[in-house]
Design a protein around this ligand. Structure first.
Ligand SMILES: [Zn+2]
Ligand SMILES: [Zn+2]
Ligand SMILES: [Zn+2]
Length: 124
């Protein structure tokens, strides 16, 4: 069983699980900068603290995202990020990995909204 996404699969022996971590697991992502596999939720922390390329990243004080130092100035000046880490449209300006992250966040929000409306309909 994958400890990150909880998927169970017959093929998850030592080799199979590595392959899953590497390619399939929705909770993990290969850092584009050092090729390490990191949890999507920890990607920002990874870029800022562990990544081989951490020197090249800075943290935006407003949204808390790790932004490459070449983009950071523009990012801060653009004021497109609004401080709520989850819905930063500034993400569109960055890499596809961030787009993926945004997608995951959107799905989570949609899920929460569904749960919310189900709860609401129970009480009305
Ligand atoms: Zn997994
Ligand atoms: Zn890295
Ligand atoms: Zn920001």
């Amino acid at each position: 069983m994958c400890i990150f996404c909880g998927e169970r699969n017959e093929a998850f022996n030592e080799e199979g699980i590595d392959l899953h971590y590497w390619k399939e697991c929705p909770m993990l992502k290969r850092c584009q900068h050092c090729k390490q596999v990191v949890e999507i939720a920890n990607l920002t922390a990874h870029l800022l603290t562990e990544c081989e390329k951490r020197e090249e990243f800075g943290k935006c004080n407003r949204c808390g995202e790790a932004i490459s130092k070449t983009d950071l100035d523009a990012h801060v000046k653009a004021k497109t990020c609004n401080g709520t880490k989850s819905l930063t449209f500034s993400l569109f300006g960055h890499s596809t990995s961030k787009l993926l992250l945004l997608l995951v966040v959107c799905l989570q929000i949609e899920y929460k909204l569904q749960v919310f409306s189900i709860e609401n309909s129970l009480f009305t």
